[in-house]
Design a protein around this ligand. Structure first.
Ligand code: NAI
Ligand code: MG
Length: 330
């Protein structure tokens, strides 16, 4: 275990730097030694320099033990999608868990969306054939599909889940999602104790709203994972509650599911819970399990006691809520 953890911090745009400040304060309060190095990226940096994602930021992210990210605005594709690719983080793990005390649609929700993070329509290969006709390429490979399916099954095995739900649209996208599903089936055969449930993504979207308690680990391709994870956020009280981890073999980047929320930026009203939960996921990744559960426990107590920001019905500012979490960390 290193004495100090070198962490690259990319606050980005809008509420990104605000929720990251709350997250870093909570991480400092664990008593562990972090070296936080801040790097620029995003719309503001682009407006100043012409570049949304400077090479210095990519190099800093690659050199660090892990990356803490806030949000990007309109330049999200150049910033976060580029970072995921440069860091080789092929998994995007997006937990959506309902917390006691948080008014929400479906308090039984406890979902772990495992989103393929490198291909699908997110390869960004679009072209206009004429002003009236445009194409996008949806790339699905056996390599990436097998890798994400195996990661999801291993995650399910480690967490004691008895099934993995694969969300697909193979009835229409027979070739691409057919390949994804075949890979899921082959991987499932390696895990006899875990059922593979195959679910059409549209019908799954409805079932997630009606009976989210029937689902745990959901593995899917990039775009479906993006959409389903915002749906899952809606079940548990909104985007302010959803963290995510981008994980690869060598790097990890932790970011809230939400974006830069221009409607809230600068008001001090952003809910820091998603970012603080990102901090707990980072601690877990570093092997600091005890610190991770101290952070999660303290946040849970805040939420249960109504010590929250306005989106959850409380009256605290972003940093006041961070301090309320820190007070409860013991
Ligand atoms: P958004 O996630 O920024 O906001 C959607 C809604 O949720 C807004 O009403 C916002 O106020 C609310 N919200 C989000 N985070 C919150 C928080 N922490 N506390 C309380 N309420 C919160 O998504 P939107 O509005 O679609 O996009 C805004 C910008 O963010 C766009 O420029 C988009 O490109 C970018 N974006 C960036 C992402 C990233 O950096 N990973 C992800 C999603 C969007
Ligand atoms: Mg999204």
């Amino acid at each position: 275990m290193p004495d100090r953890y070198p962490i690259a911090v990319i606050g980005g745009d809008g509420i990104g730097p605000e929720v990251v400040e709350a997250e870093l304060a909570v991480l400092q309060a664990t008593g562990l030694a972090f070296d936080f190095t801040h790097y620029p990226a995003g719309d503001d940096h682009q407006a100043r320099t012409g570049q949304a994602m400077p090479a210095e930021t990519i190099a800093g992210a690659q050199a660090a033990r892990a990356v803490v990210f806030g949000a990007a605005g309109a330049s999200a594709a150049e910033v976060i999608i580029r970072l995921r690719s440069e860091l080789g983080t092929y998994v995007n793990l997006r937990p959506s868990r309902a917390y006691p005390g948080v008014a929400c649609l479906r308090p039984e929700t406890d979902l772990y969306i495992v989103r393929e993070n490198t291909e699908c329509l997110y390869v960004g290969d679009e072209r206009a054939e004429s002003p009236e006709r445009a194409y996008a390429t949806r790339l699905i490979t056996a390599e990436a599909s097998t890798r994400i399916a195996r990661w999801a099954f291993e995650y399910a095995a480690a967490g004691g889940f008895r099934k993995v739900t694969a969300a697909h649209k193979a009835n229409v996208l027979k070739v691409t999602d057919g390949l994804f599903l075949d890979c899921c089936r082959r991987v499932a055969a390696e895990f006899p104790g875990i059922e593979l449930e195959e679910a059409l993504v549209d019908s799954l979207a409805m079932r997630l709203v009606l009976e989210p308690g029937q689902f745990g680990v959901v593995v899917t391709t990039n775009l479906f994972g993006d959409i389903l994870s915002d749906l899952a956020a809606g079940l548990i009280g909104g985007l302010g509650m959803c963290p995510s981890a981008n994980l690869g073999d060598e790097h990890a980047l932790f970011e809230p599911v939400h974006g830069s929320a221009p409607d809230l930026a600068g008001s001090g009203k952003a809910n820091p819970s998603a970012a603080i939960l990102c901090g707990a996921m980072l601690l877990d990744y570093l092997g600091e399990k005890e610190a991770a559960s101290r952070v999660t426990g303290a946040l849970e107590r805040c939420l249960a006691e109504g010590e929250t920001t306005g989106d959850l019905g409380g009256s605290l500012s972003t940093m006041e809520m961070a301090r309320a979490v820190i007070e409860r960390m013991g």
